[in-house]
Design a protein around this ligand. Structure first.
Ligand code: CA
Length: 225
């Protein structure tokens, strides 16, 4: 399994990011301090590193990793947007950076890109989720119901993927919002209702319903009964 070391002290960032990377199939080890991260960096495949850590500067964490002869790819997370700091970040031995606030998909894409460059991507495993006659390919984004291709927007796709990964489990609107929309999304749970209605039109129209409303609790995706 590909292991990602996530070093970020703000749980509002690290928790959704850890979940997003976990959904991509990475084994995520999360730490909130530079010292903990340095103690755990051996053997990981990639480091996602915040610059503003409580105990030390993230750039020094990157320098220490490199000073130990470790060439692991390092992706910097930074709120410091001026160019000089970015260059310093790359000088410190980092491979890439994203600026906060970022989109979770953006970070996942950078992680994937860095791993590919480093030749560390894992062997392809089956990436097709299936519930009844509904299939979703995580890699190709191919979605079908009864063999018929269904075109989804990115958000619809991520929502359906989350529902399928949690088949048979009642998911509250808040839980869905936290999992599917990025941490800095200022939206309310009614966006979940809206997107569920979009998905139903595409997935369940004229067919036995897979997406069910559980009154007062949320939604569940399950085999039709
Ligand atoms: Ca921080």
């Amino acid at each position: 399994m590909t292991t990602v070391l996530l070093v970020e002290d703000d749980p509002a960032i690290s928790e959704p990011l850890a979940r997003a990377l976990g959904r991509e199939g990475y084994d995520v080890r999360a730490h909130a301090t530079g010292a903990e991260a340095l103690a755990d960096v051996r053997g990981v495949d990639l480091v996602v590193l915040d610059l503003g850590l409580p105990d030390m500067d993230g750039l020094d964490v990157a320098r220490e990793i490199r000073a130990a002869g470790n060439r692991v790819p390092i992706l910097i997370l930074t709120a410091r947007t001026d160019e000089v700091d970015m260059v310093v970040g790359l000088d410190a031995g980092a491979d890439d950076y994203v600026t906060k606030p970022f989109d979770l998909d953006e970070v996942a894409a950078r992680v994937e890109g860095l791993l590919r460059r480093a030749g560390r991507t894992q062997q392809a495993v089956s990436t097709v989720l299936q519930v009844a006659d509904l299939t979703l390919d995580v890699d190709s984004h191919d979605v079908r119901r009864g063999g018929e291709e269904i075109t989804l927007t990115n958000t619809e796709f991520e929502l359906l993927r989350y529902l399928m990964e949690n088949v048979g489990i009642v998911l509250s609107k808040q839980k869905i919002l936290d999992a599917v929309w990025s941490y800095d999304f200022g939206g309310q749970v009614n966006v979940v209702e809206l997107y569920i209605s979009y998905l139903r039109k595409k997935i369940d129209a004229d067919r036995p319903a897979l997406i069910r409303t559980v009154r007062g609790a949320g939604y569940i995706l399950r085999e039709p009964q």
